[in-house]
Design a binder for this molecule. Structure first.
Ligand code: BGP
Length: 470
């Protein structure tokens, strides 16, 4: 069968500032909550890895832009490091940080690569983290200012913006599972942060839309890991558990961004448990007032919810050993269980391409015809260079191809999917797995920082050139 994609389809890859840039103490960059977390809790990251060097992209960006171009990619998703632009989060703007991104964006455009830029990919400036982070309303004001600076400084170059990367995942891991900073297990704080992030998002969208559109300001969206949640069995209790999980995990973040309101099911649940934050009229007006121009969908694996949740337990596989399961269970609410028939990666993430189709169909249902980008999708593996100085990552080619096939089907059915960004361009700093879990089209030698194209990079170059595959 032929899989042809529409003209102008974006064949890209994605990264995030903290995961590739390094240079965490250079040219005026301030500390981020992740730099500090890695230093203070080295035991939590594989081999005590830190993002201080990462892929040294801060120094090697011309080479990286060259690789993107040489390998035929016409789009690149990246994030701006807030601590590079406003080092303490609220104070003076750092001209060196602004200059870095101006040069990078100019080089991308010059090379025919469209930047797709996320404002916040979890690297909160440490001083803001220390004063309450996203629980503190002052962080929202600081974010608005940072967003304005970015729109003003880079708006001539960047036409695709996203406010937040995966607000559900960062809230969940920061405030429920206690795996990411600020390492809290506090449902009330979690819901407050989930609320604040969506208010900050809505205010940013409004700000963006209020800017002069004369120069073609582009579009703004949000990047969401819209994880499909299926009932583990066909009994009614599991269907209810799946619906609750979907409301707190997905709809809380998607409904405000796309429909302009929080989902009733989650609001009622939080009220019942006394963890609903005060929902101020002013905030709700922001949320109702302006919604996104597009949605970015990150997809890795689906969930199956069971009502049989008799304990609260969380755990992510950080060993790369398939037999170590991931755990996610909230007593009395829902528990995610494994699919006995599923195919799993070494990190026990299920490979299930139809889940991506279901997400695209869902996003389309929210607003038919709305532009959708697949902003992340990929497979992490432990890899080494072979004798030919490459990695024979056929499993990555298979993974990407299977997901592209369902995207192709979605497009054929009228869904406006405009691009695909494989996670990741380069092997990079994986949040809890350090440098063990490799995701890139390019292998990064940790000693020399040299980049080596993997087999998948060549394959992707060829399908991008043909705008499809057969
Ligand atoms: C997403 C993040 C990415 C990336 C990816 C892989 O949730 O947006 O930044 O890291 O997951 O995750 P990990 O590195 O934890 O395997």
């Amino acid at each position: 069968m032929e899989f042809r994609f529409p003209d102008g389809f974006i064949w890209g890859a994605a990264t995030a500032a903290l995961q590739i840039e390094g240079a965490t103490r250079e040219d005026g960059r301030g500390p981020s909550q992740w730099d500090v977390f890695c230093r203070e809790h080295p035991e939590r990251i594989w081999q005590e890895a830190t993002p201080d060097l990462a892929c040294d992209h801060y120094h090697r960006w011309p080479e990286d832009v060259g690789l993107i171009k040489q390998f035929g990619q016409n789009g690149y998703r990246l994030s701006i490091a807030w601590p590079r632009i406003i080092p303490d989060g609220t104070g003076a703007i750092n001209p060196a940080g602004v200059a870095f991104y101006r040069k990078l964006f100019a080089a991308l455009i010059e090379a025919g690569i469209e930047p797709n830029v996320t404002l916040y990919h979890w690297d909160l400036p440490q001083p803001l983290a220390a004063s309450g982070g996203w629980e503190n309303p002052a962080t929202l004001d600081a974010f608005l200012r940072y967003a304005r600076v970015c729109f003003e400084e880079f708006g001539d170059k960047v036409k695709l913006w996203s406010t937040f990367n995966e607000p559900s995942w960062s809230t969940l891991n920061g405030y429920v599972t206690a795996l990411h900073p600020p390492l809290k297990h506090d449902y009330k704080a979690a819901v407050q942060v989930a609320y604040n992030l969506m208010v900050a998002h809505a205010r940013t969208v409004k700000l963006f839309h209020s800017l002069d559109s004369g120069s073609g300001r582009g579009m703004i969206g949000i990047v969401q890991n819209m994880c499909p949640v299926y009932p583990a069995t066909d009994n009614a209790a599991d269907a209810k558990a799946a619906s609750i999980a979907d409301a707190v995990y997905n709809r809380w973040f998607i409904d405000p961004a796309l429909l302009g309101e929080f989902p009733r099911e989650a609001v009622d649940l939080y009220r019942e448990h006394n963890i609903l934050p005060e929902m101020k009229r002013k905030d709700l007006d922001f949320i109702a007032g302006d919604t996104v121009d597009f949605i970015g969908v990150n997809y890795y694996f689906p969930h199956y919810a069971s009502a049989d949740a008799d304990e609260t337990i969380f755990g992510l596989n950080t060993s790369g050993n398939k037999d170590e399961d991931c755990h996610f269970s909230i007593k009395g609410q829902f528990k995610f269980v494994k699919n006995p028939a599923g195919r799993y990666t070494d990190w026990a993430w299920e490979i299930y391409p139809p889940g991506l189709y279901d997400l695209l169909a869902r996003a389309h249902q929210y607003r038919p015809g709305m532009p959708i980008y697949v902003t992340e999708n990929g497979i992490g593996a432990q890899e080494t260079l072979n004798a030919e100085d490459t990695v024979d990552d056929q499993y990555r080619i298979d993974f990407v191809r299977e997901h592209l096939e369902v995207i192709h089907r979605a497009i054929g059915e009228g869904m406006n999917v405009r691009g695909y960004y494989m996670w990741a361009l380069l092997d990079n700093f994986s949040w809890l797995n350090g440098y063990k879990k490799r995701y890139g089209f390019f292998f990064v030698d940790r000693d020399t920082m040299q980049r080596y194209p993997k087999k998948s990079a060549y394959w992707y170059r060829d399908i991008a050139a043909q705008n499809g595959f057969s």
